[in-house]
Design a protein around this ligand. Structure first.
Ligand code: C2E
Ligand code: MG
Length: 252
């Protein structure tokens, strides 16, 4: 067994995984519409580790299913508790496209959804780069999630090719990537790319979201492109649950 596999297994068993939450706001009103759950690993030696630094390892080591199962359960449970406390926030999670092919993961998600108050407030995001790289899209699983009322989002879209390769799915949301939104306000070529992405998405009826909105110019660009939702440091960075509550209180 590799050292990193052992460390990751320990992370799952010893509750070292944690979700941070980043608010998603309506572009028109800046009102909070929900949150995206973003995974962190509280490593006893290394401190807070970014998902970018351990998700690929988890995929390679065959631990991704256990990790995603934890993420889904934790996010659903948290949003159910929030709802009981009178806080009506939709939650989205990022899921590796590979686990959606896994029958055991799908059984688990089905079970988790049965105890969830309303699956409509739950969004499953799949990275466009990850989906485009898969030999086959998890059509069946995505269809099942949609029939159960879960919304599905194509995340971090940065090219027309990714849209082309993922065309067979009815996405509820398409999230324009940080690299596009951040640069489009400053660079005419990126602005042209952003517009062509929007044109390509429009016939599908999917709602557009902008990720990585860091300043007013990026927000103006998101509005101009017809994005419905936005998230980014302009509003708030991802934060632990307790800070999210303080932040939300400041919004009222
Ligand atoms: P993502 O789903 O596209 O999430 C957005 C990333 O952009 C997050 O990075 C967030 O912290 C960052 N971000 C948000 N607003 C801004 C901004 O205004 N400026 C800048 N520079 N960055 C911003 P994070 O949390 O490091 O996550 C990175 C990626 O890791 C996520 O990208 C997602 O693809 C993946 N990820 C996160 N959690 C999970 C998970 O539970 N499962 C899987 N499979 N992947 C996950
Ligand atoms: Mg995401």
């Amino acid at each position: 067994m590799t050292a990193i596999r052992f460390e990751l297994e320990r992370a799952i068993v010893e509750n070292q995984l944690v979700l941070h939450y980043q608010p998603r706001v309506l572009v028109e009103t800046k009102k909070v519409r929900g949150v995206e759950a973003l995974l962190r690993w509280h490593n006893p030696q290394r401190g807070l580790v970014s998902p970018l630094d351990f998700i690929p390892t988890a995929e390679r080591e065959g631990l991704i299913r256990d990790i995603e199962a934890w993420v889904v359960r934790e996010a659903l449970l948290t949003s159910t508790v929030w709802h009981r406390d009178g806080l009506d926030l939709g939650v989205s999670v990022n899921v590796s496209p590979r686990v959606l092919h896994d029958a055991q993961f799908m059984r688990l998600i089905r079970h988790a959804l049965r105890i969830q108050r309303t699956p409509r407030a739950f969004v499953v995001e799949i990275s466009a780069a990850g989906a485009a790289a898969e030999p086959e899209l998890p059509h069946e699983a995505l269809g099942e999630l949609r029939s159960a009322g879960v919304r599905v989002a194509l995340d971090d879209v940065t090219s027309l090719e990714q849209l082309e390769r993922t065309r067979g799915v009815r996405w509820d949301y398409v999230k324009l990537g940080r690299a596009v939104i951040g640069a489009a306000a400053r660079d005419p070529d990126t602005a042209a790319l952003a517009r062509s992405l929007v044109e390509a998405v429009r016939p599908s009826g999917a709602r557009l979201a902008a990720v990585g909105v860091e300043d007013d110019a990026a927000l103006a660009m998101a509005r101009d492109l017809g994005c419905y939702l936005a998230q980014g440091y302009l509003f708030a960075a991802p934060m632990p649950q307790k800070e999210l509550f303080d932040w939300l209180r400041g919004q009222i």
